[in-house]
Design a protein around this ligand. Structure first.
Ligand code: SAM
Length: 279
């Protein structure tokens, strides 16, 4: 009999989580973290997103990326942003009121079944979403379908096989970070595989961009990330609660000495929809 247990990745079903409001706040904290702003905007310029574009963002969350996209496309452009979570879309609408740039339209939809006609958008993006969805290729196929021929399809993800964390207990750090990622994500190395995913969806001229989130000050984003990993390590039985606490104390001690370091590798991939669909 199929299990009815909820999937361990809370981003698959945000509205079903008791912590949905906290998750919304966490997206905004990440969105405002300087190193995250830099790597997100670098990716959007690299895709590229241009003035006047009609852009679709899949998995927009609270609209962090959509607001940047609206600024990039300007007054002649339009950004449509979809997400499965009504809670996040409500926050996105509230936070985008009065945002500068092009028209911004939020809509509830699943990336596996986009409610748009073929060939409608100049650029279609998904940022830190592919890692979370049930069928990545199906989502990217949908993104390609709604892109116009010659249009750009672009995705960006963390790669949870490439986290650089300074910590006095290296073995424990690897056990927690690798163990939690393996239990939550079907493909923790999603980032490095994004180029292959775009090619599998029939996109051409696929290029990749590696970039790094780096923190040497224990930002709120890094702290949230490490605390959630510690919490999950206990939940999955990887370590007991005192060990998880000791692990977090190790980061706090490094921070107090000015020696905190956390890096997280991101990969972007962008491809072009061929003039004549190959599929
Ligand atoms: C980690 S958040 C990223 C949000 C936003 N792109 C950002 O970078 O701030 C992942 C988002 O994907 C959404 N999501 C998950 N599965 C989805 C699906 N099948 N279709 C559309 N959105 C989905 C979640 O609700 C969540 O908002």
């Amino acid at each position: 009999m199929a299990s009815s247990a909820p999937h361990p990745d809370p981003w698959r079903a945000v509205d079903a989580q008791p912590t949905a409001a906290t998750m919304a706040a966490a997206l905004e904290v990440r969105g405002r973290t300087p190193s995250q702003i830099r790597l997100r905007r670098r990716f959007l310029r690299w895709v590229p997103v241009r003035a006047g574009d009609r852009v679709l963002e899949v998995g927009c969350g609270t609209g962090v990326v959509a607001r940047d996209l609206a600024a990039l496309v300007g007054r002649r452009g339009v950004v449509t942003a979809v997400d499965t979570s009504a809670t996040l879309l409500e926050r996105a609408r509230a936070l985008s009121r009065g945002a500068p740039g092009g028209r911004l339209v939020f809509r509830r939809a699943d990336g596996h079944r986009l409610p748009f006609a073929d060939r409608r958008f100049d650029a279609v993006l998904a940022i830190t979403v592919i890692l979370h969805v049930e069928e990545p290729l199906r989502v990217v196929n949908e993104m390609a379908r709604v892109s116009r021929p010659g249009g750009r399809v672009a995705v960006q993800d963390q790669d949870f096989g490439l986290i650089g964390a300074a910590h006095p207990d290296r073995e424990l750090t690897a056990r927690i970070l690798d163990g939690v990622a393996a239990r939550i994500y079907p493909e923790p190395h999603s980032g490095r595989r994004l180029g292959a995913l775009l090619r599998a969806a029939g996109l051409v001229d696929v290029k990749m961009l590696a970039d790094v989130y780096q923190d040497t000050t224990l930002t709120r984003f890094s702290r949230n990330f490490l605390e959630r990993r510690a919490e999950n390590a206990v939940r999955f039985g990887i370590v007991d609660a005192p060990t998880a606490e000791r692990w977090l104390d190790g980061f706090n001690a490094l921070h107090a000495e000015g020696n905190f370091v956390l890096t997280m590798q991101y990969f972007g991939a962008a491809g072009v929809k061929p003039d004549r669909a190959r599929r």
